[in-house]
Design a protein around this ligand. Structure first.
Ligand SMILES: C[S@@+](CC[C@H](N)C(=O)[O-])C[C@H]1O[C@@H](n2cnc3c(N)ncnc32)[C@H](O)[C@@H]1O
Length: 194
């Protein structure tokens, strides 16, 4: 059963993405990650898959992908888009790692909610997708802390970080893979490793 109507479609790299109401519509941060993730192979966990755009690109490159999202509409959207593109992805509803207990992945990727709260988001699903906590960093810091238990030895985490987040310290090694500048923010695709 489809609970909501697809709004429109985007086609990139032969992957066709249908957008749904209440699901984060792919934007600059999504493209940055989908296009510039290095060509690793293996098991990948995406936290916060939204429409599924990043997971679909990873599956297309031959990775074994598990996608999770806390928003049930995003879970449905990722399932829908993976079927439409004939790409097999395991899709689960979860708050961060709650549905993948006792599992480990070679790579974890996440385009997280990273903005500080603002009044402009009166839609709860959009707030969930973009607001990363009081300083914009809290979601990212929680993910980095919990990821230890779900990452294989020598595994990497790839995340989008924005200049609109507060600076933060981490005990992970941090390397900028790709940076894009816009008039309102700088977006970094960052690799965290041990
Ligand atoms: C910025 S959107 C990214 C969506 C998609 N990956 C993309 O790049 O277009 C962040 C996603 O994280 C999801 N999310 C927010 N909090 C979450 C949590 N605690 N656990 C899992 N997913 C979460 C949101 O529902 C949203 O789909």
């Amino acid at each position: 059963m489809r609970l909501y109507n697809p709004s429109f479609e985007i086609i990139v790299d032969k992957i066709q993405i249908t957008n749904f109401d209440g699901v984060y519509e792919p934007a600059e941060d999504s493209w940055l990650m989908a296009k510039h993730l290095p060509d690793f192979q293996g098991s990948v966990l995406e936290i916060g898959s939204g429409s599924g755009i990043i997971s679909l690109h990873l599956a297309q490159r031959g990775n074994l992908v598990t996608a999770v999202d806390i928003n049930p509409k995003a879970v449905e959207a990722t399932k829908f888009n993976s079927k439409e593109n004939d790409l097999e992805i395991e899709v689960l509803e979860a708050d961060l790692f709650s549905s993948v207990k006792n599992r480990k992945f070679g790579t974890i990727v996440c385009n997280p909610p990273y903005l500080p709260p603002a009044d402009e988001y009166d839609d709860p699903e959009l707030s969930l997708a973009v607001e990363g906590g009081p300083t914009g960093t809290e979601f990212t810091l929680k993910l980095l802390k919990e990821a230890n238990d779900y990452l294989e030895d020598n595994g990497s985490i790839y995340m989008i970080l924005s200049s609109r987040m507060k600076e933060f310290e981490t005990d992970w090694n941090k390397e900028i893979v790709k940076q894009e500048k816009y008039f309102f923010e700088r977006l970094n695709l960052v690799r965290f490793s041990r």
